[in-house]
Design a protein around this ligand. Structure first.
Ligand SMILES: Cc1cc2nc3c(=O)[nH]c(=O)nc-3n(C[C@H](O)[C@H](O)[C@H](O)COP(=O)(O)OP(=O)(O)OC[C@H]3O[C@@H](n4cnc5c(N)ncnc54)[C@H](O)[C@@H]3O)c2cc1C
Length: 383
């Protein structure tokens, strides 16, 4: 059997799990090659801790180059195009021909042409979370607006978690009566994919903590000089500090390779994550997986992780001439930290019929400790 090359585009959650699992399963005559422009993998669920100064950025990152010690080839380079005809990744310095390809490039951040949004602060990437920490430290009074400009966005619980943690942060500083916190979203309720009951529970958490919630609010523009957000219905809200979720889209190279479907994301077989191209799989945030309630599977690391396991095992089986037998189950859970050393847990079966079965476990110290332990385990396990 000639040696095969499995290329993995992206060393984020999906890519790191896929590459490690493939390397563990495949004999050394087969190559596992990971390409990422950024050698530093950051654990995103901890970005809110960095934003609040509770965790140093250096404590929540892993170095992708450490995977070389396990026999994984790691190329720190930009994928400039995907040549699907010739089956190769085109990088700035070389090309990587592949027999199998795992696409896990995540999303590209933008502003969706919303004027002024580019200057909003954000905790949606590590540099942004660090920069925001200093602004929050300086802010002693005024209004913080958290703005969700569009769907889908990663980790649907994250902006709500940020709002609740900001409430806690300013209460601890004795400034909460001087800091107003408001969250605006085009969504009809928090976490629509989880159903009305979970939405109601999150609303109760927000209202108990005096976080203003504005549903069905579609941002039209931001005036950073006047410090106002204007919505599609003509209403305006003033802010002292604007925290924005970036507008998410599939990365340019994926779009240019014709890999995206009507929804703007890569369409995959929901059991095996295979695409229309033979031997090419897509996992994680770059995919669109429709659920029984008409909404897409949320963009969350827990799913990228599970999908990577399925794809890696099935590719290894194909290479070794065994039948592919692993399928994606759609079970997932996500922590929603609420401050006071407590976290809630949103969990469920997202592929259930006739609709996803998702519930919210009440905030407790237990889930907070589980999240803290998981963060440590993640970086130890994969790096
Ligand atoms: C604030 C925040 C909190 C979150 N909290 C949670 C949580 O509690 N639970 C949860 O399950 N999920 C959470 N998530 C979501 C989770 O981080 C993502 O769903 C997950 O990282 C997706 O994995 P992925 O492999 O698809 O993409 P990513 O992890 O984003 O990895 C993509 C990689 O591809 C690389 N790449 C892209 N294009 C190129 C190119 N052209 N050339 C080279 N490299 C490229 C990027 O550099 C990146 O490293 C959170 C996200 C954020 C932002």
């Amino acid at each position: 059997m000639a040696g095969k090359t499995v290329a993995v585009m992206g060393g984020g959650v999906g890519g790191v799990v896929a590459a490690n699992r493939l390397r563990q399963l495949l004999p050394r005559e087969h190559r596992v090659v990971v390409v990422d422009r950024n050698p530093i993998h950051a654990f995103a669920p901890a970005f809110t801790w960095v934003m609040l100064g509770w965790q140093k950025a250096a404590r929540i990152v892993g170095d992708l180059r450490h995977l070389r010690r396990r026999g994984i080839e790691v190329l720190i380079d930009e994928v400039t195009s995907l040549d699907m005809e010739r089956r190769r990744l085109v990088l700035t310095r070389q090309e990587v021909p592949f027999d199998y390809l795992v696409l896990s490039p995540g999303v590209e951040y933008g502003t969706g042409n919303v004027p002024g949004l580019a200057r909003a602060w954000t905790f949606y990437h590590l540099d942004g979370a660090e920069a925001l920490r200093d602004e929050l430290e300086k802010l002693r009074e005024g209004r913080i607006v958290i703005l969700i400009p569009s769907v889908p966005y990663k980790c649907p619980a994250a902006p709500y978690e940020a709002a609740l943690l900001l409430d806690y942060y300013y209460r601890k500083r004795g400034l909460r009566d001087r800091v107003d916190i408001r969250l605006f979203t085009p969504e009809p309720q928090p976490l629509p994919v989880a159903g009305p009951q979970v939405g109601e529970q999150v609303l109760e958490l927000l209202s108990a903590r005096e976080v203003w919630f504005g549903p069905r609010m579609q941002v039209q523009s931001v005036d950073q000089d006047a410090r106002t957000v204007t919505f599609a219905d003509g209403s305006q809200v003033a802010f002292d500090l604007l925290i924005g979720v970036p507008v998410h889209s599939a990365p340019r190279v994926v779009r240019e390779a014709g890999l995206t479907g009507d929804k703007g994301w890569v369409e995959v077989d929901r059991d095996t994550l295979s695409t229309a191209w033979e031997g090419v799989y897509a996992i994680g945030d770059v995919t669109h997986i429709p659920l029984a309630n008409g909404l897409p599977l949320p963009k969350a690391g827990v799913f990228a992780h599970a999908e990577a396991e399925v794809v890696a095992r099935n590719i290894a089986a194909q290479i070794e001439g065994r039948p592919e037998s692993y399928t994606f189950a759609g079970q997932g859970q996500c922590f929603l930290e609420t401050g006071y050393r407590r976290a809630a847990l949103v969990q469920g079966d997202f592929l259930a019929e006739p609709e996803p079965r998702v519930s919210l476990r009440a905030p407790s110290l237990f889930w907070h400790l589980v999240k803290a332990g998981f963060a440590r385990w993640w970086l130890w396990r994969w790096f």
